[in-house]
Design a protein around this ligand. Structure first.
Ligand code: ZN
Ligand code: ZN
Length: 315
């Protein structure tokens, strides 16, 4: 791991003043548990709001707004943005635009949260606590920026978190506020951020993408499927990030259920021939085999496209 870590650039040191609200949520969560006392009911409330909002982060921010892997109505996309933003990870347009940038430049200097280039701390939380990355990269998200309700939410991005906090307090007093927002959100942040940090270090590489992305069951379980990150970098258009039945992807199962009742549609899957290309690569090419039947991904360390979309834009 140490070979992956480089020194953080001088102008990219954590802005500790900007980080005050972020760490305050952690501190208040600890104080809240200390004052209320530990309870399994509290743990259940925290887990509920962790997984409901993790779904919105992965199925909303990521698989819908950043990658458009499925379609939905204007009303449901607004609902998804509200729910995702109740995780207090800034606006849906901001999130998706930054993430599109991550795929364009994964683990290259332009990638704002590369663990390979800048180390664990920076890729996990350092970058998100910097005011210099607060601006929405509008040129990356013009397709969704045309919706005024999404631009409004993006500007007032803490609104859904405030609504959630007040609702929790009215619903169940301090117990629900502390466990349902403060504790749950602290874990939710770090759960989500593992994909920027650990998912580019922990696990196995199935596909020789140009970045360091990995597949990890552990990360997939805590992030509702995002841990299949090497799969995802290889073929970002797929709604499911688990490419085989045993690669558990809870967000995808929920999306399949929503598709069954007509709330979302046109879920995209990776074509089997593209999924299995790495297996083609492992075979010894037969004499006289046509060039197009040979692998399109390069061995580890060799130059390759960032994702299969670059190699095969028709897919
Ligand atoms: Zn990544
Ligand atoms: Zn992505």
């Amino acid at each position: 791991m140490s070979s992956l870590i480089r020194t953080v650039k001088e102008d990219d040191r954590t802005d500790w003043v900007a980080a005050i609200p972020f760490w305050s949520v952690h501190v208040l969560a600890v104080i809240g548990i200390w004052r209320l006392g530990f309870s399994w009911k509290g743990v259940a409330i925290a887990a509920l709001f962790y997984y409901v909002r993790m779904f919105a982060v992965t199925a909303g921010y990521h698989r819908y707004f950043a990658h458009k892997t499925y379609k939905t109505s204007r009303a449901f996309q607004f609902l998804l943005a509200c729910l995702a933003q109740s995780s207090t990870q800034k606006g849906a347009l901001w999130w998706a635009a930054h993430h599109r940038n991550h795929h364009k430049y994964s683990d290259k200097p332009e990638d704002v949260h590369s663990m390979k280039l800048r180390g664990f701390w920076w890729s996990h939380v350092g970058w998100i606590l910097m005011h210099k990355y607060d601006a929405t990269e509008w040129q990356e998200i013009q397709d969704f920026a045309k919706f005024p309700e999404l631009r409004f939410l993006n500007q007032w991005h803490v609104l859904p978190s405030i609504v959630l906090g007040v609702s929790l307090y009215l619903l169940g007093g301090w117990t629900w506020l502390v466990w349902g927002y403060l504790v749950s959100t602290s874990f939710l942040w770090h759960g989500t951020f593992t994909i920027n940090s650990l998912a580019h270090w922990l696990g196995r590489r199935r596909y020789a993408t140009t970045d360091e992305s990995r597949n990890s069951l552990f990360l997939a379980l805590i992030t509702m499927g995002e841990g299949w990150h090497n799969n995802h970098h290889y073929y970002p258009k797929s709604t499911s990030q688990g490419f085989y039945w045993w690669e558990i992807d809870l967000s995808y199962y929920v999306l399949r259920a929503l598709a069954a009742v007509g709330l979302v549609w046109d879920l995209h899957s990776i074509p089997v021939r593209i999924r299995d290309r790495r297996m083609v690569r492992k075979e010894r090419p037969a004499a006289g085999r046509p060039a197009e039947a040979l692998p399109l991904v390069a061995p580890l360390g060799a130059p390759a496209a960032a994702s299969v979309a670059e190699l095969d834009p028709a897919e």
